[in-house]
Design a protein around this ligand. Structure first.
Ligand code: NDP
Length: 285
């Protein structure tokens, strides 16, 4: 008997038209021969509640949330993963037989990149994070929950920076401190991992880089950027010049999508297919 019914997932955002995730997830469905579709849907903030009812009504298998819905969606869910609760945001919802469960895969995607590409472990490591926005929160919380020794949050805005250090201290044994970013930052020599989790360098501002003294980067450091496009940012190029191991944001984005794919389908994600699909989209921009 034929089965014409497709399983549905997608993303709700505003704006959403430049979100490339559809190409990544649909490449993965195709690779595994799954009759699933990924819908890219513009949802205004005032319509999010109805849109989440739509997820239930259509029996959608799940949904991604992007700007501005990652926090607001939490009140429409039946359960939320512990780490996503600490982060305070959900970017992936899984429909478990009518019950909507929230996860945050941003930080986990980062951790996969860091440990696999950076070939580094996390327990005890001394980490400096530039930024205290949504990406920085997800990354910092996942690193702290995995036993990072020390996390220094460097941010322009004091309130967001201090709030993140309080979150880390309240939920882990990681030493957390805040440094105000109001000049050229020197990276402490003892740093193992340096992460740019700001939006500096994002397309189209591709020549911008964080204000730091790049000569304080040492070759033993692992240096990561969350910017997925272009993946080789000026920040990472400076780090590479000093012999550091450089990890780009494209891997983070691919890996968070791969985690979502597995949460929805229960199948191992074809990560290389997904990476190539995303790189192709970015080359086309
Ligand atoms: P937010 O707007 O929540 O946070 C932005 C952060 O960048 C804040 O800490 C802000 O500091 C800082 N910042 C911005 N401009 C400057 C500047 N000129 N100088 C110093 N600090 C600055 O954004 P998100 O955290 O959601 O996203 C950050 C980046 O992460 C984006 O570029 C996004 O594309 C990327 N990202 C990548 C993902 C991936 O999978 N690769 C996943 C999610 C996000 P302040 O608080 O002082 O304003």
């Amino acid at each position: 008997m034929p089965n014409y019914k497709a399983e549905l997932i997608g993303v709700f955002g505003h704006p959403v038209n430049e979100n490339p995730t559809v190409a990544v997830q649909e490449a993965a469905f195709k690779a595994l021969g799954l009759n699933w579709r990924y819908l890219t849907v513009e949802v205004l903030p005032e319509n999010l509640e109805d849109a989440m009812r739509g997820v239930r009504a259509f029996g959608m298998r799940g949904i991604n949330l992007t700007i501005p819905h990652k926090i607001a969606v939490m009140k429409y869910l039946d359960s939320i993963a512990d780490d996503a609760k600490v982060i305070g945001a959900v970017n992936t919802v899984v429909n478990r037989e009518g019950k909507l469960h929230g996860e945050n895969t941003d930080g986990k995607g980062f951790i996969t990149s860091l440990t696999q590409e950076g070939k580094t472990s996390i327990p005890g490591k001394r980490i400096v994070i530039l930024g205290a926005g949504g990406a920085a929160r997800a990354i910092a919380v996942e690193l702290a929950l995995r036993g990072a020794g020390e996390i220094t949050i460097v941010n322009r805005g004091r309130e967001r920076g201090q709030d993140l250090t309080r979150t880390i201290a309240a939920h882990s044994a990681t030493r957390a401190s805040y440094v105000a970013w109001n000049g050229i930052l020197k990276i402490p020599e003892s740093t193992d991992i340096l992460i740019n989790a700001t939006s500096i360098g994002l397309f189209p501002n591709i020549d911008e880089k964080p204000l730091i003294d790049y000569d304080t980067i040492r070759s033993a450091m692992v240096v990561c950027d969350v910017i997925p496009n272009p993946p080789r940012t000026p920040f990472l190029k400076e780090a590479e010049k000093r012999g550091a191991t450089a990890i780009d944001g494209l891997g983070m984005l691919v890996n968070q999508g791969a985690i979502g794919f597995t949460l929805w389908t229960g199948r191992d994600a074809p990560v290389e297919v997904m990476r190539e699909a995303l790189a192709k989209e970015f080359r086309a921009v």
